[in-house]
Write a protein that binds this ligand. Sequence first.
Ligand code: MN
Length: 216
Amino acid sequence: MSDWLFPPAPIPSLPIAGTDARFPVRRILCVGQNYAAHAREMGAERAEPFFFSKPADALVTDDADPTYPTATDDLHHEVELVCAIGPDGIVGWAVGCDLTRRDLQAAAKKAGRPWDAAKGFDMSAPCGAITAGPAPAPGAAITLSVDGETRQSGRIGDMVWAPEEVLAKARSLWDVRPGDLIFTGTPEGVGPILPGQKVEATIAGLAPLTFTMRPR
Ligand code: MN
């Protein structure tokens, strides 16, 4: 029997509301510009869904607070419905926040370079507990507030590509497996978060996500 050179990192996981079980996370895929009004505010009119990813260990879970990242002066919030993939498709739903170094993303877009440093940095994926069961209704509200001021407010049904369509598209590109999470895009109203500010994100029917941005 061989031994590890050093102890393996822990498996990232999410709590599941109402149970002691945890959801072991394998990969995180994210969809860009999946709400028409947000696509417009980002200067895009792209219809086909496109993907980027975050490492699984970018998750911030269990009410932990992320640290304001290095190398940015323009950290943005993006509230998103997160699909949790089990052995037979989507098994649960969560409220996530796709934290984005918007200044680095703008520079990458301009230069035609990848988004990894803009999207996939450490602690870039705060996520609430998974709620098992059916998808939120199309009329379900999705909101995000900063220090009590509402910044984002939309409806799940405003998505250009519904979660099952996003999953089908993802399966055409990757071998999507149990443990994968898909962040399904954000409604309009993205904007900056400053160190010390409190973020509250909700989707009707799901466990909410709350965190305070710790100074770096
Ligand atoms: Mn996003």
